[in-house]
Write a protein that binds this ligand. Structure first.
Ligand code: ADP
Length: 171
């Protein structure tokens, strides 16, 4: 396994080059980490998202893809917005979740970002079971050719423990 840093905290405070947002396809804001990022970064992020919707992404950002904007007033330089799949008990959407991580790191490489912090994409409102979300997250990052530093910033101690146990198992 590559080196992956696991932390408990608020991703909006991280002094990394790029913070990943678990956005929704509209890119026009939501709750959870998305709301926190827009609050912390200020209106410049929403302005940049609206500009994307008016130009390259008229139908929004599909699940599994990623796109970058400014990070506004946050310490990071960029926000990489990605859209995870909504959990479905019937339909296996694991490949879409893996793609969200893979595409985020491709965008990070294109930006020249040396460090990236992720939240647990799809593990909040989108309802993905936490152990599975952690496994897909860590395996996807490990499989990526991205050469920079990668951290996960987990909002709760419980989620940090899930990621730590999963990383121990995969090592
Ligand atoms: P999704 O819709 O993809 O499930 P959510 O934002 O609802 O996205 O949740 C994704 C994860 O982000 C959840 O584990 C949630 O607890 C966490 N989260 C919420 N706010 C923050 C924050 N400020 N920093 C880091 N993680 C956060």
């Amino acid at each position: 396994m590559r080196d992956i840093t696991l932390l408990q905290g608020d991703i909006t405070t991280m002094a990394v080059d790029a913070v990943v947002n678990a956005a929704n396809s509209s890119l026009l804001g939501g709750g959870g980490v998305d709301g926190a990022i827009h609050r912390a970064g200020g209106p410049a992020i929403l302005e940049a998202c609206r500009a994307l919707r008016a130009t390259t992404l008229p139908d929004g950002l599909p699940a599994g893809d990623a796109v970058a904007t400014t990070a506004g007033r946050m310490p990071a330089r960029w926000v990489i917005h990605t859209v995870g799949p909504v959990w479905s008990p019937r339909d296996d959407r694991s490949a879409v979740l893996a793609s969200a991580y893979r595409r985020s790191l491709e965008v990070a490489a294109e930006l020249g970002a040396a460090s990236v912090a992720f939240p647990a994409v799809s593990a909040g409102v989108y309802g993905w079971p936490h152990e599975s979300a952690a496994e897909i997250a860590l395996e996807s990052v490990d499989a990526s050719p991205y050469e920079g530093a990668v951290s996960f910033v987990l909002f709760s101690d419980a989620m940090l423990r899930v990621f730590e146990a999963t990383l121990d198992r995969l090592r």
